[in-house]
Design a protein around this ligand. Structure first.
Ligand code: DON
Length: 324
């Protein structure tokens, strides 16, 4: 682990990013203390060994200038952060009508792995694509003749967004989740019974577990977030990777459901679209300006990185980044 502050030395930050670079190491160390009140996720056994008080961040601007601090080089799996991008791929594959007959648009107020509403709210489709039930349904929509082909399409899309052709899933984390996912299996079979899932349940779960296990650093997450911050066009290459309308949809879900039952609180305190994952990652962005990746494996009781949330709230308030 490192806790020194680093910047891209070939392009030193200017303006607001230079101001951020100056303050970031102190803010990060203050937020790191929050980790002691959180817990590293262990229901996927392979995640349990993550360093609980690690905290890292990368902020990347549209010119490719980045500021990082703390454990920004720590490798972690995307987990639920990946759900934003599989939603986008499903929208590219099927359009809005194809996707929103299979998942809804509303927050749940339940835990991310809850299945209660699938049983009691007719017609038994997941409330939104960012809870587990919704993301499993989305996995079933990814085009491809086999689970392998679907996973390869997901990986190719993520590699383009992250600007890294070596991005891959972590085999040990994938196997660990696949071997222990009794709850997600229950959700998937219930979705199949409700006629939401097409195809073989285990095939769909393979695609889902693999995209959750894609391994990244804060830099990858910042780059993927930057594409969302620039409405689907990668400002570093000029390539349009996602239609603007679909990015609007994804960012709106991030505001309403991205931080689960703490989405309202995060919207008020940080004012930014964000998506968290159980390995402690958070993807967020400042529209038209920055893509941001954070990691801090200790989670609060809502399943979000406790130190990561604290750090983002601190920075956003100090830099006046709220979109509202
Ligand atoms: O399905 C699961 O439980 C994990 N693969 C992903 C859950 C997750 O990241 C929820 N985030 N806070």
């Amino acid at each position: 682990m490192t806790d020194n502050h680093q910047t891209d030395r070939s392009h030193p930050p200017q303006g607001p990013l230079a101001a951020l670079a100056k303050e970031l190491p102190d803010w990060l160390e203050t937020s790191r203390i929050q980790a002691s009140s959180g817990r590293v996720a262990s229901y996927i056994p392979e995640l349990a060994g993550a360093p609980y008080n690690a905290l890292g961040i990368t902020v990347l601007d549209g010119q490719g200038v980045s500021v990082s601090a703390g454990d920004a080089e720590l490798r972690f799996t995307m987990q639920s952060i990946s759900k934003v991008f599989t939603l986008l791929l499903a929208l590219i594959d099927h359009g809005e009508d194809g996707v929103f007959t299979k998942v809804g648009m509303e927050p749940t107020g339940d835990d991310f792995n809850s299945m209660v509403k699938l049983e009691i709210v007719v017609p038994g489709i997941p409330f939104n694509p960012l809870i587990n039930a919704g993301a499993i349904s989305i996995s079933s929509l990814i085009k491809g003749a086999t689970p392998k082909e679907k996973s390869e399409r997901v990986l190719a899309f993520f590699r383009d967004l992250a600007g890294d052709s070596s991005l891959a899933y972590n085999e040990a984390v994938y196997r660990s989740e696949a071997a222990t996912a009794n709850r997600n299996r229950s959700i998937a079979y219930l979705l199949k019974a409700n006629r939401v899932l097409e195809g073989d349940v285990e095939d769909v779960l393979e695609v889902y577990f693999k995209h959750c296990a894609i391994e990244v650093t804060c830099g990858h997450i910042a780059r993927m977030a930057l594409v969302l911050a620039y409405d689907g066009t990668d400002p570093l290459t000029g390539r349009q990777l996602i239609p603007r309308r679909y990015v609007q949809i994804a960012k709106t879900f991030m505001i309403t459901c991205g931080m689960y039952n703490a989405s309202g609180e995060f919207a008020i305190r940080a004012g930014l679209p964000a998506k968290s994952g159980v390995s402690g990652g958070i993807l967020t962005l400042v529209p038209g300006r920055y893509g941001i990746g954070v990691v801090g494996p200790a989670l609060n009781d809502k399943g979000n990185s406790t130190a990561g949330v604290h750090l983002l709230e601190t920075i956003s308030q100090a830099m006046d980044w709220s979109i509202f």
